[in-house]
Design a protein around this ligand. Sequence first.
Ligand SMILES: [Mg+2]
Length: 154
Amino acid sequence: MNLQDFKESVIRTMAELDSPWHDNLHMVLGLVTESGELADAFKKELAYHKEIDWTNVKEELGDLLWYVMGMCIVNGWDLEDILQTNSDKLKARYPEKFDTDFANNRDLKKERKVLEGASTINLVDINSFRFPDQLEFESGEEYLKRVYDIMYSE
Ligand SMILES: [Mg+2]
């Protein structure tokens, strides 16, 4: 199943509440309760020596993804963009691969820039974006800097 098919499945099975706030709250509480169900499987193994039901573990992962997709739908977010942003953030944190030093000394400003860049750029309609005709630039670098400044300004 691809993300679009999954999105359609979530839309079909989602409760319609009376406001976006309640829809968001529904999704957040769902993530918490499904996380609890996932944790419960491991708690039972730890405390009661009950064998882990891996089919149930996978079910709970699917339930978590349902709520993640639901929150994207409620807010008009593209899950693929969120996945890309997460990947970009981790690329900023670990340029080559996981590293304990990078994990313990995170550059939060750098990561925030990646996160804000991704969310801000989604607000710009790139197809209708135009510079005023009278603007001239000395170099391509200056032009790109101006584009960057406009797209990432608040
Ligand atoms: Mg569940």
